[in-house]
Ligand binder design. Sequence first.
Ligand SMILES: Nc1ncnc2c1ncn2[C@@H]1O[C@H](COP(=O)(O)OP(=O)(O)OP(=O)(O)O)[C@@H](O)[C@H]1O
Length: 225
Amino acid sequence: MIALEDVSYGFDGRLLFEGIGMTLAPGSFHFLTGASGAGKTTLLRLCYLDLLPQRGTITAFSKPAARLGRDGIAQLRRRVGVVHQDCAFLDHLSVRDNIALPLIAASVPPEQHGAAIDDLLHWVGLTERAAARPPELSGGEKQRAALARALILSPDVILADEPTGNLDWEMSLNILTLLVELNRLGKAVLVATHDLNLIRAAKSQVSARVLRLRQGQLDVAGAGL
Ligand SMILES: Nc1ncnc2c1ncn2[C@@H]1O[C@H](COP(=O)(O)OP(=O)(O)OP(=O)(O)O)[C@@H](O)[C@H]1O
């Protein structure tokens, strides 16, 4: 669904990675690891076409990203759900209204919002917290709300940037289980994480490929990580 080929990217003249390739096929599950600053968030941004490569090609849903205009990119991005590292909520809006934002941006008629949001709130276990403002949520509740917002347009691909950062182990496993459930529904899932214990825990639940960004290259990590 999303393929990077021979992609290079950097900031301020400093290359973060050079000539890397990756394919997120339907139903695949990937972890992306690498030291802080290795470029995991940047790679995710390339995957959802928030950035375009300085060299190489990205193909999203069979379309070359470089040839898509702004509207084309906006359309494709609706098929990619992103859980941002900092959750990126609007704090003055309720959880429910934050989850509704992608629906509004995609011009989905308001009468179709209610049931979709209720289903997702139930699925992530936040029905009782729908009216709360994001600053009132615990870390785990925030991550689950961010996951619900990422899923509201029923994307085919889920990109999650450190979705268990700062969570206790039990809540981390809870988030992992939700991501595995989505993968079982056929969605491609990519999770950027530095938590090797999470990756080890996932092995009993899902057949995941572990990619590691190191020294500008993207390698497949071995069994021992
Ligand atoms: N918009 C930007 N402008 C300039 N430099 C940037 C920008 N975004 C990221 N960088 C730099 O690129 C490098 C990689 O950042 P990135 O956030 O992709 O790494 P990361 O692997 O996700 O790190 P972490 O695990 O700490 O979140 C860092 O040195 C960062 O400072």
